[in-house]
Write a protein that binds this ligand. Sequence first.
Ligand SMILES: Nc1ncnc2c1ncn2[C@@H]1O[C@H](COP(=O)(O)OP(=O)(O)OP(=O)(O)O)[C@@H](O)[C@H]1O
Length: 304
Amino acid sequence: MSMGIAIETSGLGKRYGRTWALRDCSLAIPAGHVVGLVGPNGAGKTTLLSLAVGLATPTAGEVRVLGGLPAGSPAALDGVAFMAQDAALYRNLSVADMLRVGRNLNRRWDTARAQGRLAELGIRLDKKVGALSGGQRSQVALTLALAKRPKLLILDEPLAALDPVARHDFMAALMAAVAEEDVSVVFSSHVVAELERVCDYLVVVQGGQVQVAGEVEDLTAGHHVLTGPAEQVDAIAQRFPVVRDRRASAQAHLLIRTGDLSAAPPGWQRHPVGLEELVLAYMREPSASMLPGPARARSEQVAC
Ligand SMILES: Nc1ncnc2c1ncn2[C@@H]1O[C@H](COP(=O)(O)OP(=O)(O)OP(=O)(O)O)[C@@H](O)[C@H]1O
């Protein structure tokens, strides 16, 4: 495995009782990206992130981080910072206490950097964590994660509890940190509209399996939307994998997977696809997969 890989999984699976939360997951996420991990509730996102951090152990397969370190090993723990779904902080401690806890638990810890960030954000060190707003608590959790000076920062739904302004501020802080540091970021989110602005790599999981993985640029260049006569859909589907097929009376609106579409077929209009539309199409078509190839989508009648 090369040093350029942030997270690599091979046949990774995690079973809770009879439920496979994650199955047969083989991924190689290159370093240096901001990776969006999306999928419906219960898809396996938290499970995948917990395995990558070493908080859970695989039932099958393996997961390595930062160029080959076993997830959860001391070397991996040194280089990986994790912000859990509920931004787990001790509410009765002050912000300064949280910084002390972080310093005591981590070999590499940059107190000055953390204090500088908090001062910029106007968050007082003597405030109890429980007295902070949700947005401020998230910023403190991000500050603690960054104070480790991680090579890989993993965040599980960091935006979930935040209002739109706090969400924007949080992502701005995250992107500023990425710009300053050599850090790979993987974060799960349900806020699909946000991804286009911040992510350059995307992973979609569904039903415990990876459905889509790749660089955003390649994904958007490798898919197109075609609009044209519904009676010709079969002919189109013989030429291109159809991810999603929507019909409105005699018109079909297809999301197809091909990077090689210089011109629309006669009678059809071709449009580029945005990341949000692409993600939603895959999420609505659980049987469609880029890995190894999308199944033919069901056609779906939609009202005009
Ligand atoms: N500790 C556990 N014990 C039993 N089942 C679990 C456990 N953790 C997760 N699961 C199950 O594994 C599946 C995947 O859960 P996971 O939390 O990874 O999904 P998710 O994509 O993060 O969902 P959400 O978007 O709702 O946070 C679900 O069916 C869930 O019920």
